[in-house]
Design a protein around this ligand. Structure first.
Ligand SMILES: NC(=O)c1ccc[n+]([C@@H]2O[C@H](COP(=O)([O-])OP(=O)(O)OC[C@H]3O[C@@H](n4cnc5c(N)ncnc54)[C@H](OP(=O)(O)O)[C@@H]3O)[C@@H](O)[C@H]2O)c1
Length: 321
């Protein structure tokens, strides 16, 4: 990583962000610039006259990023783009209710292999560790299965990697008090999933980006999974609701839904909604995020980077008051 030049040792990797105008991607661009990396952002011609994306790309340029024209429909352009950098981070879409293009990354993996210069690739993961979800339910397992297809391709190609398991994006899960279909906290009543006591882990999206950029030059996370587990943010749904009630200064009316009822409600819903609800099922009824110890193939971000002042769930909730 880095190169010698004019007697000065350049230690920070050059970074290419793919999916840079996305929900997480734009935060990765910001964090990369803030942490002093030369930052390249893919500009796909397919965005055409999408003025919001163009404006965002121009704002990245104004902040010092380099825009790189390249397309998933033009393999050589991807090879040329990755040749410019040391590290590639992909934040391509992977939420069915919005957009899901995880498997497109196979082209990117092929391009990284051919280019041969990339010191580390961070594929679009940023959620539940898919390696632990081999028994996940249909149809939600598609997210984990697709992410595992990409992992397999990366590892077969011998590309150095870090997988970021970011757990719950706070904007979705804290905002909605863990209720599917909600992204704003209710002020009168709340639906508790099961007994509401399974622990989940919530991370503010800006913090996910900061930790991700922190790790790209860190040898401790090479070929490992970085789990984001800010200690104060490992909370059950009931604990999240309690924090909200404390801020609101009132109690919410609680009703609860059993596992069986929750699962039977899935039938008849749109596919994309079912995918999302299955994720809530594994997180809130099974506790899939916090019910295991990080083994030797993983590291925990708040331990590696204690200097990052992460946002607590309580502080995150204050913006909704
Ligand atoms: N743990 C959680 O709670 C949670 C929540 C949400 C997301 N996630 C994960 O975070 C990652 C990023 O998700 P996101 O919600 O930030 O994504 P997003 O905003 O929906 O989309 C990200 C980018 O994907 C690119 N994209 C979309 N369609 C494309 C296509 N047809 N061809 C090429 N590129 C395309 C676009 O890049 P351009 O900038 O080039 O247009 C878009 O900006 C995913 O892996 C997702 O599973 C996790």
């Amino acid at each position: 990583m880095g190169s010698m030049g004019e007697g000065k040792i350049e230690t920070k990797s050059k970074v290419l962000i793919v999916g840079g105008t996305g929900y997480l991607g734009k935060r990765l661009v910001k964090a990369s610039l803030e942490q002093g990396h030369q930052t390249y952002v893919l500009h796909r011609p397919e965005i055409g006259v999408d003025i919001e994306k163009i404006e965002m790309l121009l704002s990245f340029k104004a902040q010092g990023a380099h825009l790189v024209p390249a397309s998933f429909n033009d393999y050589q352009s991807l090879v040329d783009a990755v040749k410019l950098v040391d590290v590639v981070i992909c934040a391509i879409s992977g939420v069915h209710i919005r957009s899901h293009h995880i498997l497109l990354q196979l082209e990117l993996v092929r391009a990284i292999k051919e280019a041969g210069n990339v010191k580390r690739f961070l594929p679009s993961e940023f959620g539940t560790d898919p390696a632990r979800m081999g028994d996940a339910m249909e149809p939600g397992r598609v997210t984990f299965d697709d992410k595992m297809v990409i992992r397999k391709a990366i590892e077969e190609a011998g590309i150095p990697f870090t997988y970021v398991s970011a757990n719950c994006f706070a904007g979705y899960f804290v905002g909605g008090l863990c209720q599917p279909g909600h992204i704003l906290p209710s002020t009168d009543s709340v639906l508790i999933l099961g007994d509401g006591n399974q622990k989940a882990i919530y991370v503010a999206e800006d913090n996910i980006a900061t930790y991700t950029i922190k790790t790209i030059d860190d040898p401790r996370t090479l070929n490992k999974t970085l789990y984001l587990r800010p200690p104060q943010n490992i909370l059950s749904q009931r604990e999240v609701v309690q924090l909200w009630e404390k801020l609101l200064g009132k109690q919410l009316v609680k009703t609860s839904i059993s596992k069986d009822e929750f699962l039977s409600n899935l039938k008849g819903l749109e596919y994309a909604e079912q995918v999302g609800l299955v994720h809530y099922y594994h997180v809130c009824f099974e506790g899939c995020l916090a019910n295991f110890e990080i083994g030797e193939n993983g590291e925990e971000a708040s331990k590696l980077y204690p200097e990052v002042p992460y946002t607590t769930v309580e502080d995150f909730l204050k913006r909704y008051l």
